[in-house]
Design a protein around this ligand. Structure first.
Ligand SMILES: Nc1ncnc2c1ncn2[C@@H]1O[C@H](COP(=O)(O)OP(=O)(O)OP(=O)(O)O)[C@@H](O)[C@H]1O
Ligand SMILES: [Mg+2]
Length: 296
């Protein structure tokens, strides 16, 4: 079996698109950062695509984010990096968001390649089991066609997914054991980190725009009570195919109007509805838009 360091050295030399797969706390992000650092040292332009929606390395929560790394200093602080591009997915976990997550990862890879990235690291969520985990990873590989998939595994939990990738694609699949040093994160710690990321994003001067009911994707049903959109997370579109950021909606019962609260500098052209509400304490609660709309 390959050793951890030999895989890093090999990929730092070869470059290409590398996708990291593993369950929660399997060392994906740490390996991604090591790969990025070694890739930069080897002279590659390195792109980091963070397709984990909850525990962010690049950009705001509920989005996939791309950072064209500027230098090793980007990796030194451990802070969440400012994105060069984001794709709003709409929730802080992939459940129910497989389509936007896969499409978004594809968009970000296209941008990274346009920017002449020689090494692209794709960090992913820990959803690796069950039908949805397999469907998600299969379609992500289909969309991104990585040169290398690295699976970080404890036992045999990745065997189904990695087996599928080996059978369907010519991608080089490497397995590594989860490093012994990996520290696990409790459910509470993850929730706190998600809240902190949300609080940090909204902890800057905010704009408050009045929102017309016609700007949404998906479109609101006829006779829809806009009060139901109160505190719903949204992605702000620049109208040119990119998301400028995220925001949340606020419904004022006195005025009967809807406002967008967001730090983005320019008034968005359109808003994509997310599938979570952001509470005043920046906790998120899931919302199923089909239930909210009373449609299929
Ligand atoms: N090779 C390593 N050497 C030392 N510590 C490590 C190593 N890999 C991971 N860790 C530590 O283990 C913890 C979890 O690692 P990491 O965040 O990379 O895992 P992950 O799979 O990305 O987790 P998540 O599911 O939250 O995305 C971190 O505190 C990290 O510093
Ligand atoms: Mg991670």
């Amino acid at each position: 079996m390959d050793s951890y360091q030999s895989v890093i050295d090999r990929i730092a030399r070869s470059g290409g698109v590398v996708m990291l797969i593993g369950g929660l706390d399997s060392g994906k992000t740490t390996l991604g950062r090591s790969l990025a650092r070694s890739g930069m040292q080897a002279g590659h332009t390195v792109a980091f695509i963070d397709a984990d929606l909850g525990q962010k390395t690049v950009g705001p929560p509920a989005c996939a984010g791309l950072r064209m790394l500027r230098g090793e200093a980007d990796l030194d602080s451990g802070a969440v990096l400012d994105p060069d591009e984001i794709y709003f997915v709409g929730a802080t976990s992939p459940q129910g968001q497989l389509l936007p997550l896969v499409v978004g990862a594809g968009r970000l890879l296209a941008t990274a390649l346009e920017q002449d990235a020689g090494l692209v690291i794709v960090d992913t969520s820990g959803l690796v089991s069950g039908v949805y985990g397999q469907i998600l990873k299969y379609h992500k590989v289909e969309q991104l066609r990585p040169d290398v998939v690295i699976g970080l595994q404890r036992g045999e939990e990745l065997d189904p997914i990695l087996g599928i990738i080996r059978r369907f694609f010519s991608t080089d699949v490497i397995t590594l054991p989860v490093p012994a040093e990996v520290r696990s994160t409790s459910v509470e710690e993850r929730a706190v980190r998600r809240e902190e990321a949300m609080r940090r994003y909204f902890g800057v001067p905010l704009q408050r725009w009045r929102v017309k009911p016609t700007v949404f994707m998906p479109a609101l049903p006829a006779l829809f009570d806009q009060a139901q959109l109160d505190r719903l997370l949204v992605g702000t579109s620049d109208g040119e195919g990119s998301y400028s950021g995220i925001g949340y909606l606020e419904h004022s019962p006195e005025e009967g109007v809807l406002r967008l609260i967001s730090p983005v500098a320019d008034a968005p052209k359109a808003l994509k509805l997310g599938s979570v509400r952001v509470d005043p304490d920046f906790r998120t609660r899931r919302v199923d838009l089909r239930n909210l709309f009373g449609t299929d």
